[in-house]
Ligand binder design. Structure first.
Ligand code: PGA
Length: 256
């Protein structure tokens, strides 16, 4: 794991944006896994400002609420088009977001996994982390080998996301999410986390035991996982000084 601690969310985002820009320059037909929530908003703004060429890029989103109409302002479909896709030259047929209104959810989930395989697998997966350690919507106790499937959101996640809805009652109870096994097959995982409310989940994920209680901790088993953190999200890391030293002394040839 590479733990990159920057003073601010903007600085941490700029590192992540450079990683993605480099990938798109080296592989114009890259397959990118994308995330929603507050965390990647700065990243998407930075990528839009970079005016990258998305014409050959394929994307797969991590998750979607079940039962919200696609056009609902809080659907992840709306989120992605509003905050990223419509500001790029991406081909709509290359965009994949789980369909939270699929009639046959298990069938849809199996087909989503197949589409990822048909695209050649995910080159880079963008991740946020829940305050409970979830990645995608893989809540604590999710199987670390899980695949794309239906999940029930925890009360904590519904509470965390209630800020986007008029009331807690409006927050959906179920979602479709890529599984942890699916995420672990991405060639590169890029986690972003900002703010003191993420510090505990990040400390558990990076320095705690690998456990389904903190699904992000499985990234300890990933051969190429980067964590781009602001100082607050890194606030509970015991070895923060070491991670800063490693990054400051990274050899030029090693790249980001
Ligand atoms: P957030 O959510 O970016 O809105 O904090 C992250 C997550 O739940 O994965």
């Amino acid at each position: 794991m590479e733990i990159i601690i920057q003073p601010t969310a903007e600085a941490a985002t700029s590192v992540a944006a450079r990683v993605i820009a480099r990938l798109l320059n080296e592989k114009p037909n890259a397959v990118i896994g994308l995330a929603t929530g507050s965390t990647p908003l700065l990243l998407y703004r930075a990528l839009i400002d970079m005016k990258l060429d998305w014409s050959r890029v394929t994307t797969f989103n991590l998750d979607e609420y079940i039962g919200l109409p696609k056009e609902h302002p809080q659907s992840y479909y709306s989120f992605m088009w509003d905050n990223l896709f419509r500001h790029t030259n991406i081909a709509p047929e290359n965009v994949h977001i789980p369909d939270g209104n699929a009639k046959d959810i298990p069938g849809f989930c199996a087909a989503y996994e197949q589409r990822i395989r048909d695209a050649g697998g995910i080159d880079l997966q963008v991740l946020g982390i829940g305050t409970d350690g979830h990645i995608g919507f893989n809540e604590p106790t999710s199987s670390l080998a899980s695949r794309t499937r239906i999940k029930t959101l925890t009360p904590q996640t519904r509470q965390d996301n209630a800020r986007f809805f008029a009331s807690l009652d409006e927050v959906p109870t179920h979602c479709i999410t890529m599984g942890i096994g699916t995420i672990m097959e991405a060639r590169h995982n890029l986690m972003l986390a900002f703010g003191a409310n993420k510090a505990h989940a990040i400390a558990e994920a990076v320095e705690g035991p690998i456990t389904a209680i903190n699904p992000a901790s499985i990234l300890q088993m990933h051969p190429d996982a980067k964590f781009c953190l602001d100082a607050d999200a890194a606030g509970e890391l015991k070895r923060a000084d070491y991670y800063r030293w490693v990054y400051d002394n990274k050899p030029e040839w090693q790249h980001l």
